[in-house]
Design a protein around this ligand. Structure first.
Ligand SMILES: [Zn+2]
Length: 125
């Protein structure tokens, strides 16, 4: 059973808080981020080769910074576990095992939520 911090293994934690959220950090899905960055790097390599203009290719780091600057990306989210797990459960870029574990976690946290809601508040002695 993965713990909260284990889900962070699949995410890049930002250095800032998400929008106006003072609790949650910026988070990007690592697999999607890598995938998108590689796409940009590959695309630039192809276009610079065909046009013959060398030196316009962004480094991987620069391309990644561009990807992370796009706050409309579907793999950019607040670092809330339920949001992260929800993304992983339908992420096309993570291994099947991760997607399945995330789907299971979503299912279990839903049923946990129901069980853990007592009909009356428990007052400590
Ligand atoms: Zn993803």
């Amino acid at each position: 059973m993965p713990t909260v911090s284990q889900w962070w293994e699949y995410f890049r934690k930002g250095t800032q808080h998400y929008k106006n959220d003072t609790v949650h950090w910026d988070a990007w899905c690592n697999s999607c981020l890598k995938h998108r960055t590689n796409e940009i790097v590959q695309f630039q390599r192809v276009t610079s080769q065909s046009s013959g203009s060398a030196g316009v290719v962004m480094s991987y780091e620069d391309a990644e910074a561009c990807v992370m600057a796009d706050k409309t990306a579907s793999f950019y989210m607040p670092g809330k576990i339920d949001r992260m797990v929800r993304h992983l459960s339908s992420c096309p870029n993570v291994p099947d095992s991760v997607r399945q574990a995330a789907a299971l976690e979503r299912f279990q946290s839903k049923s946990r939520g129901k069980e853990n809601r007592p009909p009356t508040p428990i007052i400590p002695p």
